[in-house]
Ligand binder design. Structure first.
Ligand code: NAD
Length: 349
């Protein structure tokens, strides 16, 4: 019989409820051991559905010898604390994105990981969608020639429609907790995706950002960006744009367009075809693949299966801590670029 990986979840809000817990439950190699949340009712609600204990402190869960792996689904400002503590206790960790709110804190996690027996994966789930996997293979095959330019966007109507606290009090709007606003929430997915698809590094960024629309409980505009538009240059010399928004008050937009020497590739831009290739206007190839998960359409992300398989196979997962830190460096640089109205170079070391 195959070994079961015994899992605990820290943070029992929306991402745990809609993705981590159900996907662990579906994985035949997982035993869910328990849950912890500052808000005990949220932990109890998940334990009621999936079984397992409700812990009264995150350290009790993390130090529990019966647990092999944890999902860190806590809020952004505590990832470095929870994830580092778990790695220190030799647990494998699936840490939600953004890995942390600062590169400094992400480095702290990587330092801890050096002496840990656990593996570390960051939940940049966009790498695992079928269209993104296919798009990467198409680019790699060379059938479209070299990439010249690109544009990517991720926007929806805002985290106050998604998080456990569906109000203007949501932590996503709180500068001390979310820190990076929409850039750390949605932008980080797309910069990681660009690195993955293009097999290239983003080396320079300029950006404009603003708190254009969202208001906090005092009815003041929030003090983290709710919109950002970036210009990006890659190490191979390509240039492109990226836009992130919490104020797309219609369908989510999670599209990426790649313009190459011999044609164009539109990903998640057409409701029926998840990839549309157009070769010089002469040949059109449409791929009907799975729709991307959205806040209103929760299908399996494949993230949990990848994490568990990486633990069982004792291999690096598809998104490493180093990937998490690179995405964070780009996001931090974009925030600085917007604040200082300068183009910022990104330290690739
Ligand atoms: N990968 C994705 O696509 C994706 C999507 C949404 C959210 N996220 C990330 O998941 C994390 C959680 O987001 P969410 O949408 O579930 O938010 P949420 O507000 O719905 O839930 C967060 C939960 O964590 C709890 N919490 C906070 N700090 C804690 C701590 N130190 N210990 C225990 N519990 C703690 C809160 O009480 C709350 O119940 C965030 O980092 C967010 O960026 C990732």
């Amino acid at each position: 019989m195959k070994m079961k990986i015994r899992v605990g979840i820290v943070g029992c809000g929306s991402i745990a409820k809609f993705r981590h817990a159900p996907e662990y439950h579906e994985n035949p190699n997982v035993e869910i051991e328990g849950f912890y949340d500052h808000n005990v009712e949220r932990a109890e609600a998940l334990a009621k559905i999936y079984g397992g204990k409700v812990y009264s402190d995150y350290l009790d869960l993390i130090q529990d010898k019966t647990i092999d792996a944890i999902s860190d689904c806590s809020t952004n400002e505590t990832h470095h604390i929870v994830t580092s503590a778990a790695l220190k206790n030799n647990k494998s960790v699936l840490c939600e994105k953004p890995m942390t709110t600062t590169v400094e804190n992400a480095n702290m996690i990587l330092e801890t990981k050096k002496n840990s027996k656990g593996i570390l994966m960051i939940d940049h789930n966009q790498r695992l969608t079928s269209a993104h996997i296919r798009a990467k293979a198409i680019l790699k095959s060379g059938e479209l020639g070299k990439v010249i330019t690109f544009t990517t966007t991720f926007g929806h109507k805002g985290p106050e429609y998604w998080g456990a606290d569906k109000s203007k009090n949501t932590w996503f709007f709180n500068k001390n907790r979310s820190v990076l606003g929409v850039t750390g929430d949605l932008g980080i997915h797309k910069v990681d995706l660009l690195r993955f698809l293009l097999e290239d590094e983003i080396v320079e960024v300029s950006a404009m950002a603003g708190s254009l629309n969202k208001r906090n409980a005092n009815n003041d505009l929030i003090d983290v960006p709710d919109n950002m538009v970036c210009l990006l240059r890659t190490e191979k010399g390509n240039i492109g744009t990226a836009a992130f928004s919490w104020s797309y008050y219609g369908d989510e937009d999670n599209s990426t367009k790649i313009y190459c020497e011999k044609g164009t590739m539109m990903i998640y831009d057409n409701p029926d075809y998840q990839i549309v290739i157009n070769k010089m206007g002469k040949e059109k190839i449409c791929y009907e693949l799975e729709q991307i998960q959205s806040n209103d359409n929760q299908t399996s992300t494949g993230v949990i299966d990848e994490f568990i398989d990486a633990i069982i196979s004792n291999r690096e997962p598809v998104v490493t801590g180093e990937d998490g830190i690179m995405a964070l460096k780009i996001v931090e640089a974009a925030m600085l670029a917007a604040e200082t109205n300068q183009t910022i170079k990104i330290d690739l070391r």
